[in-house]
Design a protein around this ligand. Structure first.
Ligand code: ADP
Length: 407
């Protein structure tokens, strides 16, 4: 191995690529950016070097290959080109790893083939991730490329958590089971929460609430996930920005048979026109809280439904874990929306859960505890950092496989 200490993290979506170049010596971001509207008539690349001003490039990026080449040029302009010997690996976020990939994996042709085989269970995500990998491999064929899977952290779930109670043979044939998502975030946040408590992750039980536009909860016992709210796809569980979360599967039959909606229309309804947006026409929690405060009944219903579902998962995972040391709020809503945190934990003193209103109202980018000293369960706000976790896992794997960098 070259002895490089930098990892480029790529998160390729269907029409976007997010990236960060991280130095693993100290976790410093050397550069970060986003390419949007790939394949559309007006593309945009926003690039922020560590030392220097943000640059914006407005041009057409016909495909991911063009987008990644533009990213490589921006990095090179800052002296951080992909040809740098400092670069140790490229870490790719891959959404679905199925049952096979339960840990970060060095990408080979065979691994890529297997990720492709999982497209039927992640049709929206895996194809874009694969494109990102192919383009990056073409740019630097000699460099280790590592896939870090959103599903991997959840692979430790016991079979009774992961199985749906349907015909086992049918489920197995079609690979239907709970896989869970946001795993990199749940892993990072559960560990960071243990650190915040001054404990080893192996000693603590944590309920992690990842509340972004997509949202999921997980029950983490001694550093291992034992249950999570998302399922075969990221549709199940909490009320989200535009997804319904938990719903009676019978609703699908009803909308099809009685409502005359096609399966594609129902898919669109539940994934893109439901959740907060479905209930009040808006999926940004800031705007919903503002409208609810002004007396808007739809916004109030959306907020209350969101919180109610969260409370059900907190209660459910409390029972699953038996003893809870901490509840950690993370991602856009979890890190910023104090009213959501207050409402989700209100009246749970009997469970040993309390939030200090003053601590809760502090705005900060740091991990912090917002429960009073007497609260048996620590309630924490822990900013997530999926990119750093991907970089760490990719770097650790490459280091391990090459026997260290002492060459
Ligand atoms: P994604 O799932 O897209 O990565 P994020 O974790 O960035 O999402 O979360 C985005 C969501 O966070 C926004 O849709 C918004 O609802 C919410 N959010 C961001 N900032 C605030 C804030 N200050 N107060 C309340 N909600 C916020």
């Amino acid at each position: 191995m070259s002895g490089g200490t930098r990892v480029l993290v790529l998160n390729a979506g269907s029409s976007s690529v997010k990236y960060q170049l991280i130095d693993m010596l100290d976790g410093a971001r050397l550069a970060s950016g986003l390419v949007e509207r790939i394949g559309e008539s007006t593309g945009r690349l926003a690039h922020t070097p560590h030392s220097g001003d943000k640059r914006e490039l407005l041009e057409v990026f016909p495909d991911h290959s063009a987008a990644l080449k533009a990213v490589a040029e921006e990095l090179a302009a800052d002296g951080l080109g992909l040809d740098s010997p400092e670069l140790a690996a490229i870490g790719h976020r891959v959404v679905h790893g199925g049952k096979r990939f339960t840990a970060p994996t060095v990408i080979t042709d065979e691994v890529l083939k297997e990720i492709r085989r999982l497209i039927p269970v992640a049709p929206l995500h895996n194809p874009a991730n694969i494109t990102g990998i192919e383009v990056a491999r073409a740019l630097r064929p000699d460099l280790p490329q590592v896939a870090v899977f959103d599903t991997a952290f959840h692979a430790s779930m016991p079979e009774y958590s992961a199985r749906y109670a349907i015909d086992k043979a049918v489920a197995d044939e079609h690979r239907v089971r709970r896989y869970g998502f946001h795993g990199t975030s749940h892993q990072y946040v559960s560990r960071a929460t243990a650190r915040l408590l001054g404990k080893d992750p192996a000693e603590v039980n944590v309920i992690v609430l990842h509340l972004g536009n997509g949202a999921s909860a997980s029950a983490v016992s001694g550093g291992h996930c034992v249950d999570t709210s998302m399922g075969l796809t990221p549709l199940e569980g909490l009320v989200m920005g535009t997804r319904s979360g938990d719903i009676d599967a019978g609703v699908v039959f009803h909308l099809h048979r009685v409502g005359g909606l096609s399966i594609d229309e129902i898919d669109d309804l539940l994934n893109r026109r439901s959740g907060l947006r479905g209930l009040c026409g808006e999926n940004d929690m800031r705007e919903i809280m503002r409208r609810a405060d002004e007396g808007d009944a739809d916004a109030r219903l959306a907020f209350d439904s969101y919180v109610h579902r969260l409370r059900k998962y907190i209660g459910g995972y409390y029972a699953v874990l038996g003893r809870v040391d901490a509840i950690a709020f993370t991602a856009g809503v979890g890190e910023n929306a104090a009213p959501v945190r207050a409402a989700a934990t209100a009246g749970l003193e009997e469970l040993g859960i309390a939030v200090d209103p003053e601590l809760n109202s502090v705005r900060s980018g740091e991990a912090r505890i917002i429960s009073p000293a007497y609260s048996r369960v620590a309630v924490a706000v822990v900013p997530t950092d999926e990119e750093l976790e991907i970089a760490r896992q990719a770097f650790a794997l490459v280091h391990r496989e090459t026997g260290g960098s002492e060459d």
